[in-house]
Design a protein around this ligand. Structure first.
Ligand SMILES: Cc1cc2nc3c(=O)[nH]c(=O)nc-3n(C[C@H](O)[C@H](O)[C@H](O)COP(=O)(O)OP(=O)(O)OC[C@H]3O[C@@H](n4cnc5c(N)ncnc54)[C@H](O)[C@@H]3O)c2cc1C
Length: 410
């Protein structure tokens, strides 16, 4: 290949978050002869992101694709134990730890977004993930392939393009030019901090502290290795009343290229810290010291943007991709962060891989994948909405019924 020629690959996955990396793991096993590359915007993986509840869907996906990864995550997750499962001296009852294992044959639990990414990255041979590759555009070629245009990097031509670039998916913007996710009128501030007793949360796994105000929630939970994550979630109108305005327009347009992923964010300055401190002081004073004691550079801020279940369901006839391009994870379906976004993305990987294996790398496999996923994804998105409503005090348009829950657990 000379300096001017375009590199050719069979499969290009844009976005090296957990879903993009897991897609590469699965497709490399399914298609050992094909060239499969991941293109990630960041120059390296730095410790960042919140905690993730790896639930039934995610664990089943790991078990289906890679037994070694499944075993690793069985060991790595911290099992979530409800407070009622403690006895009078705060010891955890053994039966609570075992319940998921008894019901499903494996553990589910909490782990950092970063730790998931790290494990998946290590599961791939060197060179599969190309860092410092920020996608800026996509051109479609006459034979159905896609030409990927990167900032300050040579272009790449891919037979199959999978957008796994999160929330605002620049790949989806370039290929589909459809609506971005909706602003849910909620602002989230969060940080990963070293555990300390001043945080007011017990030491060790399974401790959770929640402080609530009207349409405000401060939640804290521990990860392994004495790490605590706090998230301060507030209704945007409430924040405005407290003197902290949020402009979703600026987020969806000019800032998209810098902050396209919901988890892979770093603070450039202390602005998020200052804004969160002002809000904590004005609206939930018992949490002010938690924010005040946090390293300002550890605090990130983002709006909550979602694709509501009914909007996902409206794509039932067409699917969410086109031609030899599909989307997966948050790029396909961003949800409220109540515990299913990533799990749903990991499930996507197994379903997509299954259809590509049975039909080959072709358009009809992509559309079959999307159409199979849409009913389940829209049900989960509705369930997330209902859970967020009860957690944060928002309106619920359609309460979920028993059938919804049964489908979710299936
Ligand atoms: C506070 C919080 C708590 C959450 N808790 C849970 C939970 O308990 N359980 C759960 O299942 N889900 C949870 N989620 C949701 C979960 O984080 C997401 O669903 C998940 O990260 C999606 O993975 P992804 O790989 O699709 O996207 P991302 O994790 O967003 O990764 C996308 C990747 O694409 C890269 N990228 C972006 N733009 C470009 C570009 N132009 N070119 C190249 N690369 C690019 C990014 O750098 C990033 O690495 C939570 C979310 C939040 C905010």
């Amino acid at each position: 290949m000379n300096g001017n020629s375009v590199r050719q690959v069979d499969v290009a996955i844009v976005g090296g978050g957990p879903v993009g990396l897991f897609t590469a793991v699965a497709l490399r096993k399914a298609f050992p002869g094909k060239t499969i590359q991941v293109y990630e915007r960041s120059s390296s993986y730095r410790v960042c992101g919140a905690g993730i509840n790896l639930d039934l869907g995610g664990m089943k996906a790991f078990r289906a694709v890679d037994p070694d990864l499944f075993d690793f995550f069985q060991e790595a997750v911290a099992q979530i134990i409800p407070p009622r499962s403690r006895n009078a001296t705060d010891e955890v009852q053994a039966s609570a730890v075992l319940s998921n294992h008894e019901n499903y044959g494996f553990h589910t639990g909490l782990i950092g977004w970063y730790e998931i990414v790290e494990a998946l990255y290590k599961a791939l041979p060197e060179g599969v993930v190309q860092t410092s590759h920020q996608l800026e555009g996509v051109e479609s070629c006459s034979d159905g392939a896609s030409k990927l245009l990167f900032k300050d990097q040579p272009s790449v031509r891919a037979q199959l393009l999978i957008g796994a670039d999160g929330y605002f998916s620049p790949t989806r913007q370039a290929v589909m030019q459809d609506e971005p996710p909706d602003f849910a009128n909620v602002i989230v501030f969060r940080a990963r901090v070293p555990w300390s007793k001043e945080l007011g949360i017990g030491q060790g796994l399974s401790h959770v502290r929640v402080e609530r105000g009207e349409k405000i929630v401060m939640m804290m939970y521990n990860l392994k290795d004495n790490v605590t994550v706090w998230t301060f979630t507030i209704d945007a109108d409430k924040a405005r009343e407290a003197g902290v305005a949020y402009d979703p327009e600026s987020y969806t347009s000019s800032r998209v290229q810098q902050t396209a992923s919901v988890q892979n964010q770093h603070s450039q300055d202390s602005e998020a810290y200052k804004r969160c401190l002002q809000l904590a002081k004005a609206t939930l004073p018992q949490t002010e010291h938690i924010v005040a004691d946090t390293d300002p550079s550890a605090v990130v801020e983002h709006g909550l943007f979602t694709r509501p279940g009914e909007k996902v369901a409206a794509l039932a006839e067409t699917g969410w991709g086109k031609g030899m391009v599909t989307f997966i994870g948050d790029a396909a379906h961003s949800m409220r962060p109540t515990g299913q976004g990533l799990n749903t993305g990991l499930e996507d990987v197994t379903v997509l891989t299954g259809h590509l294996m049975s039909q080959g790398l072709c358009e009809s496999a992509l559309r079959t994948f999307e159409k199979e996923r849409i009913p389940r994804v829209s049900t989960i998105a509705q369930m997330e909405y209902a859970m967020a409503a009860s957690n944060y005090g928002h309106q619920v348009e359609r309460p979920l019924n028993d059938k919804d829950y049964a489908e979710f657990k299936a």
